[in-house]
Design a protein around this ligand. Sequence first.
Ligand code: B12
Ligand code: SF4
Ligand code: SF4
Length: 269
Amino acid sequence: MKAIKDWIRDYALKLGADDVGFASITDYNSPQSPDILGLFPTAKSLVVMAFKEAAHCVSPSNSIAMNGRLEITEFIRYCSFKLTRFLEREFHIHAMSVPSSYPLDMNSTAKGLIGEVSLRHAALAAGLGSFGRHNLIIHPRLGTQVVYQAVINELDLPSDPPFTEDLCTYCDVCVENCPAGALDIPGKTDALKCLRYSQPYGMGGLMAFGRKLLDSPTDTRKKMLTSPDLMKLYQAQMVGMHYYCFKCYTSCPIGNDSIISPMGINGNK
Ligand code: B12
Ligand code: SF4
Ligand code: SF4
């Protein structure tokens, strides 16, 4: 089993992942998320990859921060597609990647707030880190500024050892830096509060703009059509998603000084 894991891990690290972990689907436990077997009835395990963000996400320029996120998202898509093909080709099994962010289920129960696979819970099950007070996964070497991705597959692989250390120091820097007060209740991110700050030109912003446009006199409507708000809405819809806040993610001091090394934590074992 170790040889198979090592082979897959090496492949994913060579693709560009910064760490790789394995989770049996029996150890993946995310009560709010859909049942994995409902998505993929013959699934046995998850290969979870961690990608450290570069310095873009701490830039005061939103264009730089968001461009870096778009780059890493595209790169993750490339890696998960390659890994999926590798698993199918080398092991003669079925494998499928999942969205690292969008697209999301927009129906009335999920409302775009629940991913098909919770990548934080997948990372937890694969021993890649632990939850912090910001409700994000802190990786022991890479810190908080890490994006996760998973490939569900039919290989019956055991989970990597769980990461049991609590990396959060409960300094509350993330809570104090959240402009939305979305982290005030421990263990719960207030998604709607967060969304208003982190994606002000997303669906909610678009609806508010449309409502205001409908209710305004002609002069105001004309001004609205040349306003920066409309340009920002246009850009956000064109880009596909546009975050304006990374504060909980970047203010956490744990791992802020970490550098990207080619060997993963699990890869070092
Ligand atoms: C929808 C979504 C959002 C929504 C809703 C968040 C939410 N309530 O889950 C909004 C828009 C608000 C959001 C915001 C952000 N997101 Co987001 N988001 C997602 C997405 C697509 C789905 C999440 C999901 O399914 N949630 C529903 C279920 C799983 O959540 P839950 O069971 O209620 O669990 C929550 C709590 O119970 C708690 N929790 C659960 N168990 C435990 C255990 C302990 C001990 C603790 C303390 C907490 C805790 O954590 C969760 C937070 O509310 C994931 C990608 C994915 N597919 O996983 C990215 C993802 C979670 N987002 C991510 C990031 C980085 C962000 C932002 C920083 C935005 C940005 N600029 O990038 C903020 C951070 C907000 C925060 N501090 O929580 C990363 C997190 C990486 C990491 N290091 O952990 C992910 C995993 C994307 C990725 N591919 O890496 N996000
Ligand atoms: S992304 Fe911004 S608004 Fe959302 S929880 Fe983090 S700090 Fe708060
Ligand atoms: S900023 Fe402090 S309280 Fe928040 S997750 Fe990081 S270590 Fe924990």
